[in-house]
Design a protein around this ligand. Structure first.
Ligand code: DAH
Length: 362
């Protein structure tokens, strides 16, 4: 006659194999292994056994417990995979997906459908990123690798952040009502993202290494290359002993990463109130459609001491002492970069939401 523990094991294993579902298996587990379960009860009984019986029964008890535990786990796993297979079998993976974005899509009629702004629902309902967003993501990725953090500021600005703090005097033409959008309360739509240079320095002491992408606004005549709203990526680096060489190295690396290794980059002297010296950056690359032409893509320079002084005055400290700190800044025209990169002939396409255009970037 076998030991009662062995009978218990045989019975439990049979019941486990016969368990019809996960719930009855769980009930069985409690009945055998639970605190007052049949196998656990044997643990208690051990105390009453004779000394020489204890090791033998103890060993058997362990074997039984392990065998039952393993059998329950195996059976539970069977139930789990049955459930998954069952769920999957109800999904017909050969069924074509339904178009999203707007309802009733039944092929392209030849007319742009406006009804969904922002990201374009460009290919049969599959959304894709707007070319400007794609451009922005590429640019951010390159600057990130060079250690730049992201900064931002408001589109509606005050004159001080847009002009005064950037060493741009009241008589400067950029401040003219004909060139800028003013609000009735005297605030304005920022004419460039350089405002974020000031905001960043107001909120944190040097060293600073940021890029600030965003929209800018001007009362330009709208044509193929001018729009009342356009986009820029501002850059600012402030540290000790920053030189034009650092600026050139950074922008050359950026242009070659973006347009290809054979891109030629040229720096030409220019004038901006907030930098001294100031430069304009031109690129030329055989890989681009425009081929041998030099194209202007960026304004930049070494931050003018007057800008640091304006920031310190607003901060009420000497955090940006121009005797100690130097920096470079740049402003990239994002629409321009995207037009070059994707060979887009007209800046107005970016805002027209025409699917024939947007689909080409899906
Ligand atoms: N803010 C200038 C513009 O919109 C571009 C620019 C030039 C930005 C030089 C800079 C800079 O940061 O240093 O035309």
């Amino acid at each position: 006659m076998s030991h009662p523990l062995e009978q218990l094991r045989a019975e439990a294993l049979r019941e486990i194999a016969d368990a019809p579902d996960a719930q009855s298996l769980e009930a069985l587990r409690v009945r055998c292994l639970g605190r007052s379960g049949s196998i656990s009860a044997w643990g208690e009984q051990m105390k009453t056994l004779a000394k020489e019986e204890k090791p033998v029964v103890g060993k058997l008890l362990n074997e039984v417990r392990n065998a039952v535990t393993a059998a329950i786990e195996t059976r539970a796993q069977q139930f789990r995979s049955q459930k998954e297979t069952g769920a999957l079998s109800k999904i017909d993976i050969s069924l074509p997906g339904r178009a999203s974005g707007y309802s009733g899509y039944s092929g392209y009629s030849g007319y742009p459908t406006v009804g969904y702004s922002g990201y374009a629902s460009a290919t049969n309902g599959r959304a894709s990123l707007h070319p400007l967003t794609q451009m922005l993501e590429r640019a951010i990725e390159i600057f990130r690798r060079m250690g730049f953090a992201l900064a931002n500021g408001p589109d509606i600005e005050d004159e001080w952040h847009c002009f005064d703090a950037l060493n741009t005097p009241p008589e400067h033409p950029a401040r003219n009502e004909q060139d800028t959008f003013y609000l009735p309360d005297g605030r304005l739509l920022r004419t460039h993202t350089s405002t974020v240079q000031i905001r960043t320095m107001q909120s944190a002491p040097p060293p600073i290494r940021v890029i600030a992408p965003g929209a800018a606004y001007r009362r330009d005549e709208v044509d193929a290359t001018h729009s009342a709203q356009f986009h820029q990526i501002e850059g600012l680096y402030v540290d000790e002993n920053v030189s034009v060489a650092d600026l050139k190295g950074t922008l050359e690396f950026f242009m070659r990463e973006l347009f290809g290794a054979d891109t030629a980059v040229q720096f030409r002297p220019h004038y901006f109130p907030f930098t001294e010296p100031s430069l304009e950056v031109y690129v030329k690359s055989k890989a681009l459609k425009k081929g041998e032409q030099w194209i202007e893509v960026c304004g930049c320079g070494i931050v003018h001491p007057a800008v640091f002084e304006a920031v310190d005055k607003a901060r009420g400290d000497k955090a940006y002492d121009p005797e100690k700190w130097t920096g470079y800044a740049f402003g990239l025209g994002m629409d321009r970069l995207a037009m070059i990169l994707f060979d887009i002939p007209d800046i107005r396409f970016f805002a027209q939401n025409d699917l024939r255009f947007l689909r080409q970037f899906a």
